[in-house]
Design a protein around this ligand. Sequence first.
Ligand SMILES: [Zn+2]
Length: 299
Amino acid sequence: MELIQLNHTCYYFNGPVNVGYVNRGNCGLIIDTGIDKQNMKKILKALKDKSLPITHLFISHAHADHYGAADYLQKTIDIYTFAPQVEEAILKYPILEPLYLSQGNRPLNEMRNKFLEAPPTRIDQVVSDGPLSIDGLEVEAIALPGHSIYQVGLKVGHILYAADSYFGEAQLDKHKIPFIIDAQATLASIEKLLSMTNVGMIPGHGVFEEDPTQTLIRNYDHHVNIISNMYDVLSNHKDGCSFEIIMKSLCEHWEVEIASLSIWSLYRTAIYSYLIKGIEDDRISFELKDFAPLFTLNK
Ligand SMILES: [Zn+2]
């Protein structure tokens, strides 16, 4: 992982999951940790080599690839940890992620892997939208829900650590149907990002861009394309369509590969997010038939 310096204060380690770093005087803030301690060891060494301090940790949302090394960090150094509300509960009780992805059932062992569940993490301070002062370092917490229930990004001057509110182009092409839990909130968060002028952004997966406008528009359009594809599927099933048919059709259309139960559960949740938006937008109705919901496109 390479340490990239963006200005006097802001840095990030570019890797499969980006790790942010902000320094002011004796305050050194790590933003997200990556998935495991192997990477974190390299990050700690790189910061130490430059004599940069490590005093605080901010976790943007409770997905294991973003907080998997938090427990290791807390056991290795004295570090004060921030997280958004609700995400905080999942960080304390990480079984909640495989549990919710299993629709509330006690998860199968297959669901309890390092991509969905990391060691429990202590949270010292819960963060919500607004200014935050960290030992003389002034930052702004920005709610960016949609990819998770209470995801928060951090704005430091003219740089925003945007978490997974949008993806780099390569990651968008790789995932095809990105993981979200709320399509309406996902679009609103991207609109919020588009309304910020003169702010460079770092997504959780991708690269820093001084002007991310094109990437943000690409993300917005990508979600809109998935939604219109879902409406096409429904319009081909005038008598109604089960969730399984909608999921199969979308996965075929987007050429998604589902290699494990965990991956299936992530795509199922994402596709349900678009369906919920369609229902709330009054474009889709559902009735219960043969012991299951049957979805129909409204005229
Ligand atoms: Zn995530």
